[in-house]
Design a protein around this ligand. Structure first.
Ligand SMILES: Cc1cc2nc3c(=O)[nH]c(=O)nc-3n(C[C@H](O)[C@H](O)[C@H](O)COP(=O)(O)OP(=O)(O)OC[C@H]3O[C@@H](n4cnc5c(N)ncnc54)[C@H](O)[C@@H]3O)c2cc1C
Length: 472
C-alpha cells in the first residue's frame, strides 16, 4: 500500500514538498491548487511580449543544501546575477544596507551628528540598564539608536507592516539582517569580508522569469508520478478517529469531490483552517480570527525605455512615497522584455481600509506617478501600458501576542498527528522562497522517515524554521 500525501496549495512550499515526495516510491502525491497555474506568489505572467513577476523576486539562500538543490532543479536556466540595490532619501541615492561611511559623509552634517550621538547615547543606556526588546521599535532603537530609527526604520516599517510600536520584536529580528551599528563598525574596521548573512552580493534568477522555478518543480514532480489537481478549491478538511482522513474540493463547475489522505501538508493561509474544520474548539477558531496578514499591491509600468532605475531595486522609506520599493524587471534578466523596453514595478503593502486598496488602476496610476515625478525616472509618453495586481493577505503581521494565537493553531499538528503547517502563509512564517523550499523538502523528508508528527517535527520548527532570517 502506498502512503497517500495530499498537499494543499501549489506555491513553492507545496511544490518543493511534492517534488521531494515524488522521489520516494512509497508515496502517492496529490497537489490541490485553486488557481489554474502553480507557483502562488512566485508565479510569473505574460503581458504582451513581457514576462512579469508578482513583485521583485531574487533567489538567494544561506539555508544549508537549498542552493545546491535548486541549482540542480533549474540547471542552465539559472543566471547568477550581481545584485544592485539602493535606498533613496532626501533626494539622494545611498547603498543598501546603509554603509557607515556614507552615513557620515553623505548625510548632512547635522543629520550625521544626530545619528552618531543618538547611537552613542543608546550604547550608554543599554550598558547601564539593559531592558529586553519587546517591540519592533525597541529592537531597532537598541541596535541603531533613535535617530536612525526615526529617519529610516520607522517610516519603512509603517509602510510595510503597520505601527512598529505594536509589532513584536521578532519581525525586526527576521527582517533586519544588519546586526547593528557596533557590528557594522567592527566590520568596517577589522574585516574586509562580506557578511553573507546580512547581504549577499549576488543571487540566482531564471532567465525567463522567477515563475520558471515553480514550473520546473511541477514538471519534475509530475515526471516522477505526482498528481496535480488545478482549479480546485479546498472547502473542508475531514477528520476521523482523531486524524485527518481527507479533504473536500470543489471546482468552478460546482463539482465536489472527496480526496482521502494518510498525511496532509497544509500550505494555504493558516487562518482558513477555522472555516475548513468548523468543528474545531471555539478558542482555536477564535485564535484564527486574529492571525492577520496585510495585502500587497504591485503596480506595473511597461515602458519604452532601455533602463530607468540606478539599481535592480530601490527602497523609498520616506512617507511622501506610498510605495516602499521600485524595481526593474529587465535588470533581473534582459530576456523578460522586448529590446528597447523595460518594466518598472512599484510595490507596497496595505490593509483593506487603506484608500489605495480600493482605487481603480487609473486613479492609483496617477497617484503613484505624481509621487514619482520628482525622481525623474521616465516621462509619461514612455508608458506603453500600466496596471496593477493586488494580493489579499500575504504579509504575515507579527503583532504583539501573535505567537500565542499561532501556536494554538500549530498545536493541531500534535493532536491530529498527520497535518503539517508549512510555508509563508501555511505556517505564518514571514519568509522568503528559499526558506519555503527548505520547509517543503523538510516536511517531505520527515513524512518519509517518521510517518507522523513527532518530537522531531517540533524540533525542526524551533531549531530550523524559526531561525530563518531574510538576507537583503
Ligand atoms: C512582493 C513580494 C516580494 C518577494 N520577494 C522575494 C524575493 O526576492 N525572494 C524570495 O525568495 N522570496 C520573496 N518573496 C517571498 C515569496 O514569494 C514567498 O515566501 C513564497 O512565494 C511563499 O510560498 P508559499 O508556497 O508558502 O505560499 P504561496 O505562494 O502563497 O502559495 C499558496 C498557494 O495556495 C493556494 N491556495 C490558497 N487557498 C487555497 C484553497 N482553499 N484551496 C487550494 N489552494 C489554495 C494559492 O493559490 C497559492 O498557490 C516575496 C514576496 C512578495 C509578496
Amino acid at each position: 500500500m502506498k502512503k497517500r500525501v495530499v498537499i494543499l496549495g501549489a506555491g513553492v512550499t507545496g511544490l518543493s514538498a511534492a517534488y521531494r515526495l515524488s522521489q520516494f516510491p512509497e508515496c502517492e502525491v496529490h497537489v490541490l491548487e485553486k488557481e489554474m497555474e502553480v507557483g502562488g506568489l512566485c508565479r510569473s505572467f505574460t503581458e504582451g511580449d513581457f514576462t512579469l513577476d508578482l513583485g521583485p523576486h531574487k533567489f538567494y539562500s544561506n539555508v544549508p543544501g537549498v542552493t545546491e538543490a535548486m541549482c540542480e532543479v533549474m540547471g542552465d536556466e539559472f543566471l547568477l546575477r550581481d545584485k544592485t540595490q539602493k535606498l533613496y532619501m532626501s533626494g539622494r541615492y545611498f547603498s543598501f544596507p546603509l554603509s557607515l561611511v556614507e552615513m557620515i559623509t553623505r548625510f548632512s552634517p547635522i543629520k550625521s551628528m544626530k545619528i552618531l550621538l543618538s547611537f552613542g547615547w543608546q550604547v550608554i543606556k543599554t550598558t547601564v540598564s539593559s531592558q529586553p526588546d519587546q517591540t519592533y521599535r525597541d529592537f531597532v532603537v537598541n541596535k541603531f539608536g533613535k535617530a536612525l530609527y526615526e529617519q529610516i526604520f520607522q517610516p519603512m516599517a509603517r509602510k510595510m507592516f503597520g505601527n512598529p510600536e505594536k509589532l513584536d520584536r521578532r519581525l525586526a529580528e527576521v527582517r533586519i539582517s544588519s546586526p547593528g551599528l557596533v557590528a557594522v563598525l567592527k566590520q568596517v574596521l577589522f574585516s574586509k569580508k562580506v557578511d553573507r548573512t546580512v547581504s549577499a552580493p549576488e543571487f540566482h534568477y531564471p532567465k525567463s522569469g522567477f515563475g520558471r522555478i515553480p514550473a520546473k518543480l511541477m514538471e519534475k514532480a509530475k515526471a516522477n508520478g505526482a498528481n496535480f489537481h488545478l482549479g480546485v478549491k479546498v472547502t473542508k478538511i475531514e477528520q476521523s478517529q482523531g486524524k485527518v482522513s481527507g479533504v473536500w474540493v470543489s471546482s468552478d463547475s460546482g463539482k465536489s469531490e472527496f480526496i482521502s489522505c494518510d498525511q496532509l501538508i497544509y500550505t494555504i493561509p493558516m487562518q482558513a483552517i477555522a472555516e475548513l474544520m468548523p468543528e474545531l474548539p471555539a478558542e482555536v477558531r477564535q485564535a484564527a480570527r486574529f492571525v492577520k496578514f496585510r495585502h500587497t499591491v504591485v503596480y506595473y509600468f511597461l515602458l519604452k525605455a532601455k533602463s530607468v532605475l540606478p539599481a535592480m531595486w530601490v527602497f523609498y522609506p520616506e512617507s511622501k512615497f506610498r510605495f516602499g520599493r521600485l524595481s526593474e524587471m529587465t535588470k533581473f534578466s534582459p530576456s523578460v522584455a522586448p529590446e528597447g523596453y523595460t518594466a518598472l514595478m512599484a510595490d507596497f503593502t496595505c490593509t483593506g481600509d487603506d484608500p489605495e486598496w480600493s482605487m481603480n488602476d487609473e486613479e492609483l496610476g496617477k497617484h503613484l506617478l505624481n509621487q514619482m515625478k520628482p525622481l525623474k525616472l521616465f516621462s509619461e509618453d514612455q508608458i506603453v501600458k500600466c496596471f496593477s495586481k493586488r494580493f489579499k493577505n500575504i504579509y504575515p503581521v507579527y503583532e504583539m501576542g501573535y505567537e500565542e494565537r499561532v501556536n494554538k493553531l500549530r498545536n493541531l499538528e500534535s493532536s491530529l498527528e498527520n497535518i503539517y503547517f508549512v510555508g509563508r502563509l501555511g505556517d505564518f512564517n514571514y519568509n522568503n522562497s528559499d526558506q519555503c523550499f527548505d520547509m517543503g523538502f523538510s516536511v517531505a523528508n520527515h513524512i518519509q522517515e517518521k510517518g507522523k508528527v513527532a518530537e522531531e517535527w517540533k524540533n525542526l520548527r524551533t531549531e530550523r524554521f524559526e531561525k530563518y532570517r531574510i538576507v537583503d
